[in-house]
Write a protein that binds this ligand. Structure first.
Ligand code: B4P
Length: 182
């Protein structure tokens, strides 16, 4: 059973939803950079104050800030982990690689949740989080295409990529992921 997983996909593809479900099953650490950053905003920490406007505009938070959070959390004792929403660009992917080499916990599989754009826009508008409005979604999708999408080829070249059709019901998707984790 694979225990070092990464979920990749456009905003609203369902990375958080699936990562939560799979991490619960296996008592893995669910490391969502989006959730961790939102927590900092909620607690009004210095970091939270720095990232609030950036996130509400749908832009990416500074690489070094996110890396700090990821490192701190990966050091926690765990049975396995799921990275959700990290890395989001090539520089973050390289930093992650260095961190994982140091702790000797190599990535075993990357699940790429693929979904048509119109479906994810509808999903996000329905969810209605602060950054789920038409204007911000447009920004997030553009950043995704420009900076995150190249990671699909990056992980494919490393033979880590598993394609998941994310335009199905929740259970069918999780069953597919579980099967590919075995
Ligand atoms: P994230 O928190 O990562 O959120 P996301 O990409 O919008 O959503 P996700 O794909 O997890 O979708 P979800 O399961 O919730 O990022 C938010 C912001 O944080 C970024 O814009 C950025 O500013 C910042 N950030 C995060 N990581 C960063 C990093 N590494 N570097 C820099 N900045 C970073 O699903 C969406 C909706 O669809 C939900 O309502 C869900 O219920 C529904 N849904 C899911 N699966 C479904 C299905 N199969 N059928 C029907 N509905 C479904």
């Amino acid at each position: 059973m694979k225990k070092h997983l990464l979920f990749l996909g456009a905003p609203g593809a369902g990375k958080g939803t699936q990562a939560q479900c799979i991490s619960k099953d296996n008592a893995y650490l669910h490391l969502s950079t989006g959730d961790l950053l939102r927590k900092e905003i909620e607690m009004n920490t210095n970091l939270g104050k720095k990232v609030k406007d950036i996130m509400n505009n749908g832009e990416l938070v500074n690489d070094d800030l996110v890396l700090e959070i990821v490192k701190k959390n990966l050091e926690k004792d765990n049975k396995g982990w799921i990275l959700d929403g990290y890395p989001r660009n090539l520089s973050q992917a390289n930093s992650l690689n260095e961190v994982l080499n140091k702790i000797n916990q190599p990535l075993e599989v990357v699940f790429y949740l693929d979904i048509p754009e119109d479906v994810l826009i509808d999903r996000l508008l329905l969810r209605g989080r602060k950054d789920d409005n038409k204007e911000t979604i447009k920004t997030r999708l553009k950043i995704y295409k420009d900076t995150t999408e190249p990671l699909i080829q990056y992980f494919k070249d490393l033979s880590l990529l598993e394609y998941i059709d994310a335009n199905r019901d929740l259970k069918t998707i999780s069953d597919d992921i579980r099967q590919k984790m075995a």
